[in-house]
Design a protein around this ligand. Structure first.
Ligand SMILES: O=S(=O)([O-])[S-]
Length: 372
């Protein structure tokens, strides 16, 4: 069977399939949206979805022991999660997502995750929910009961690139890295859409980074005689009560000469919440920007033909016959490049799961290319 036929299915195919009441078939709504959009894909699924679909929650089926967004779960966690969705090793899993802006963003991430855990009977719906609606097919809010099944993963580590491999590659240059984010996020001119989860070690680290800069500016402001009123003005911008209940790591007392510790803590807290907690945009040295949407038709919001996908890679100077790794913000949009290569019968492309979010917090400063 050609990968091109089974990997991507049309809305018509899906409609016919559902009408045939297939056995061992599971439709999944794998919608996920950028955190900055503040959408709730699960809530949207509960309101309307394609009949029989279960919700695959990327935010739930992930490694919850790490602060980094959307990292792969363990095989055991994956087995339990998909088993509860009524999936076993023989189930044909078909995934769509709901992204009216571009057409497809997260269905292919779910597709990739299934493949990492050894499940190849998995397809994505071309154009997803927007295309399904546009074609006039029906929707429901009925959640079907599913019978729990046993799924047994076979993990494929060769499909996943670690932080250490990415670091080593800066020197070794054994593989090309394609960054699937939009150009602004790649070149540092548009904001990253995610803040670090508060209370996590990455949050504290981000805050500390920001604090060290503030200390410099406070020094500067002190020599400029920063007035009490100015400090208060900044203090007023945040909720002091909230501050009292939080434990925020701050620099040693000696570093805060001349300012009441409390005032400075409040000021730093304010800075931390407005600036320090955010992942800045930028990129990993040596990466090539291949925005994921280059693989989609902007008018129809469906996948381009494999030939056009190949052209898009070529235009960006990427030779897909050579070792290639895809990256992005948190491993979601990068999966489009993996899907595109798969459709071009190139199966060696890997994905850096930690992506920019992990890089931003773990890499050496000189390897974090941001605008400032
Ligand atoms: O943020 S993302 O590039 O993973 S969609």
């Amino acid at each position: 069977m050609s990968a091109n036929i089974t990997t991507v299915v049309s809305t018509k195919w899906l409609s016919d399939k559902l009408a045939s009441n297939p056995s061992n078939f599971r439709l999944l709504d794998g919608s996920w949206h950028l955190p900055s959009l503040k959408r709730d894909p699960k809530k949207e699924y509960l309101q309307e979805h394609i009949p029989t679909a279960q919700f695959f929650d990327i935010e739930e089926c992930r490694d919850k022991s790490t602060d980094i967004d959307d990292m792969l779960p363990s095989p055991e966690e994956f087995n339990a999660y998909v088993g509860n969705l009524g999936i076993d090793n023989n189930t044909h899993v078909v995934i769509y997502d709901n992204n009216e802006k571009v057409g497809m963003l997260s269905a292919q991430r779910v597709w990739w995750v299934f493949r990492v855990f050894g499940h190849e009977k998995v397809s994505v719906v071309d154009g997803g929910l927007p295309k399904w609606k546009k074609d006039g097919y029906g929707l429901t809010d009925v959640i079907e009961k599913v019978e729990k099944k046993q799924f047994k993963s076979v993990y494929h580590p060769e499909m996943v690139v670690s932080f250490d491999e990415m670091v080593a590659n800066l020197e070794k240059k054994e593989f090309t890295v394609a960054d699937a984010r939009p150009p602004g996020r790649y070149d540092g001119t548009a904001p990253e859409p995610r803040a670090v989860r508060k209370g996590t070690s990455h949050y504290v680290r981000a805050l500390k980074n920001e604090m060290s800069k503030i200390d410099v500016s406070i020094e500067k402001k002190r020599s400029d005689k920063m007035s009490e009123t100015e400090v208060k003005k900044k203090m007023d911008k945040h909720d002091k009560k909230d501050y009292k209940t939080k434990k925020i790591e701050t620099k040693k007392k000696g570093d805060r000469k001349g300012y009441g510790n409390k005032k400075l803590d409040i000021l730093l807290q304010h800075y931390g919440e407005t600036k320090g907690s955010n992942v800045k945009s930028g990129h990993i040295p040596g990466t090539v920007n291949v925005p994921f949407f280059l693989m989609l038709n902007p008018e129809t919001k469906t996948l381009k033909s494999p030939e056009k996908m190949l052209e898009a890679f070529k235009e960006k100077g990427i030779d897909i016959d050579k070792p290639l790794t895809a990256t992005c913000g948190s491993g979601i949009s990068a999966s489009m490049l993996v899907l595109a290569c798969h459709l071009l019968d190139k199966h060696h492309i890997r994905l850096y799961d930690g992506s920019w979010t992990e890089w931003f917090f773990k890499a050496k400063k000189e390897h974090i290319l941001t605008k400032d």
